[in-house]
Structure formats: C-alpha cells, structure tokens
Design a protein around this ligand. Structure first.
Ligand SMILES: Nc1ncnc2c1ncn2[C@@H]1O[C@H](COP(=O)(O)OP(=O)(O)O)[C@@H](O)[C@H]1O
Ligand SMILES: [Mg+2]
Length: 366
C-alpha cells in the first residue's frame, strides 16, 4: 500500500513511521529539498501547484491524504478527480477558513466564542461594538502558531490591528479568559465508526504549543462526553475520514470550540507512546479502510515541544523514562524541532516534580 501525503513536515514523518511496521509505505510532496518526512518516506520535491511534480507524486498511489491544511484546495480537488482523498476536499475547505469553521460550529450547536466577519474598517468597529473588548482579530486563512492574530484591548489598538492585518479577509472573535485549553483528537473510518482519545490539555507560549498533558487535568467523564458529542457532530456532518483535531477553550466547566485541524495534530504526539494506538497509525488505518485501533491512554503523559533549539541528546535522555523525537530540522527561532514524551505519576505532587524536572532539562529558550 502506498499512501501519498501532501506536505513533508514532522507530521508526515510520523505518519510514515507509523506505517512502516504495517507494510504501509508513504510518499510525500513538499517544496523543500530535504523535508523531515524524507527520513521515513519517499519524497517528491515540488510546489503544490506544479503539474509536473503532482504527476510524479500521484503515480502508483492508493490514496492521498495531507499533513498541512494550507495545501491549495485546487490541488487537492484535482487529485480527488482520479484518486481517493481523505479527509475530503470539502472538509479541508471548511478547515482552511476560520469563518467557515466557526459558522459550522454554530450550525451544529457547538458553543464557540462570539465572532464577526471583518472585510472593512467599518466592519471592525461594528464587530468591536457587538462583541466588546478585549477581542482578537485574525486572518481567516493561513494562520498557524498564533501568526496572523492581533489582540485588541482598547479602541486605540483597533487602528494598529487594522494596519497590520487589514489587507486580507478577517474574523473578529471575543477574547475568552479561559481556565484552560483542551483538544479532542477524533478519528472516523470509512464506514462511519468513530473513536476518540481522552481530552488533552494544551499550554501555549506566544501562540505556540509548548506542553500537552494527557488526559487533561480536571478530566471528568462528563467533560469527555460533552467533547465527544461535539466531535461526533463534526465528523458526521463532514462525512469525515481520518483524524480530526478540535481545539476548545474551557471556561467555567464549559467547552467553546476555537478551531479544528483536518489532520494529525501536535497535541496528539503523546499517543505514540501513551495510547494503545497512535493518532498516526489510526489516521492511516482510517484512510486505508482498515479497522481502527483502540484509543485508550496507557496512564498519564506529558508532551513537551522542543522549540527553537534542542538540548544535547544526552541531556534529554538523562531522564530514563523520557521518549525523545527529533525531526531532523535546522534550528530557527520558535521552530518545532522535536518533542519529548514523559509518563506522569498519578500523585499530583510527584507529577509537578516530574514536570518541572522535564521543563528544566530543556534549555530556557527551547
Ligand atoms: N478568542 C480567543 N480568546 C482567547 N485566546 C485566544 C483566542 N483565539 C486564540 N487565542 C489564543 O491563541 C492561540 C492560537 O490561536 P488559534 O486560534 O488556535 O490559531 P492557530 O493555532 O491556528 O495559530 C490559542 O491556542 C489561544 O491560546
Ligand atoms: Mg490553534
């Protein structure tokens, strides 16, 4: 079986690695000459809009999936004319635009922060009036790791926000003073069977995921059930096949959907060691029409992203229970270079100790 993956980043690398023991091979398409996935998959170098590269990419593939949600929709639709593509181009189209995403949440009665479309300075004023302050102005498309966002705390900041972002279609959102951020990793197979991982707690720094805790602290069966009900609505409405990640703000015990990613997700990396079946393997199983694997967590886990720099390998491995993943990327400020997964003890005090040891084992700027 040969699976084509659009995008050759670390998500593609981990998808390809998950396929190896199952006899599933992957081929990625990426504009970079030596993307992370090249360590584990055949790679075709080329732009996503280059017909010649796409021709080489699709030869002999059983199906196509993607690991980057900003891949041009036209490319995915063109591939879908000749090959199965999962998740569907329709699902991708929704996830590429924050306005479509939040509109879908609303249609499915999934609570979401108040929002308004902003196509002009006047729209921005109206939106701020309707939603109140603080608010967040975001580009509808192409944002990631907190890029393309501007928090507006007072009316003077509206001018600065407009000057920075005003040239593209925007969405204005209520700023939520959340208690924590959580994500739900869901997977649905071609027959419509769905499975869910336990809710993950996500702590960001400067808009970038820094630390995930699985299961989320304060996890309850009720909160899990609420998240799964929302997740199931999304999966079924989109006739979704593959892994879908939905990010929520948790406030006063309620979940508000922030965004979704139509792919495997950084907050699911702990599942490689921490769940019966990893998100990567389950994504491959789903898109290939194979039975899904169990999603239960094997205890509690922390996952720490290595951002910008990586400490010496020996320092990371000095913690004997740490599982280290380095993606083979060149260092750059705030770039995701790898991650470390660590089992957590049940005792809360011991857990904090273990966590602070993990955090101090990676350098201050990582
Ligand atoms: N409406 C909001 N209220 C409060 N915090 C927000 C809001 N929108 C985004 N954030 C913060 O910024 C982070 C990144 O925003 P997000 O919408 O997830 O975009 P992306 O992850 O695509 O960059 C969120 O995880 C959250 O910490
Ligand atoms: Mg996000």
């Amino acid at each position: 079986m040969l699976v084509g993956i659009l995008g050759g980043g670390q998500l593609g690398q981990m998808l390809a690695l998950a396929g190896l023991p199952l006899g599933i091979r992957c081929r990625t398409l990426d504009p970079a000459s030596n993307p992370p996935a090249a360590l584990a998959a055949e790679t075709v170098r080329g732009d996503f809009g280059d017909p010649e590269a796409l021709h080489r990419f699709r030869q002999g593939l059983d199906l196509v999936t993607y690991e980057w949600e900003s891949v041009p929709l036209a490319t995915v639709e063109a591939l879908a004319a000749n090959l199965p593509v999962y998740p569907s181009p329709a699902a991708l189209g929704v996830a590429q635009d924050r306005l479509y995403e939040k509109t879908l949440f609303q249609q499915l009665a999934i609570p979401t922060p108040g929002f308004a479309t902003v196509d002009s300075r006047e729209d921005l004023n109206k939106g701020l009036k309707a939603l109140g302050l603080p608010a967040v102005l975001k580009t509808r498309r192409l944002g990631y790791d907190g890029k393309g966002q501007f928090v507006i705390r007072d009316h003077a900041e509206a001018d600065a926000a407009w000057a920075t972002l005003g040239s593209v279609p925007l969405i204005l959102e209520q700023f939520i003073q959340f208690d924590r951020e959580v994500s739900l990793l869901a997977v649905r197979d071609r027959q419509g069977t769905a499975a869910f991982y336990p809710l993950v707690e996500n702590r960001h720094r400067d808009g970038i995921l820094r630390l995930s805790l699985a299961p989320a602290s304060g996890w309850t069966p009720q909160r899990q059930a609420a998240a799964e009900a929302y997740g199931r609505r999304l999966l079924d409405a989109l006739q979704y096949v593959g892994v879908l990640a939905t990010e929520f703000f948790e406030k006063d015990g309620q979940l508000l959907a922030n965004e979704m990613a139509p792919r495997v997700h950084n907050s699911g990396h702990w599942t490689i060691e921490g769940a019966v079946t990893s998100q990567f393997e389950n994504h491959l199983r789903a898109v290939l029409g194979l039975p899904l694997g169990a999603t239960a967590a094997l205890g509690s886990w922390a996952m720490l992203n290595l951002l910008g720099t990586t400490p010496p390998l020996a320092a990371l491995l000095a913690e004997p229970t740490a599982r280290v993943h380095l993606y083979g990327k060149a260092p750059a400020p705030a770039r995701k270079l790898g991650h470390v997964t660590l089992p957590l003890p049940e005792d809360p005090a011991e857990r904090e100790q273990r966590l602070s040891r993990l955090l101090s084992s990676v350098s201050a700027d990582s």
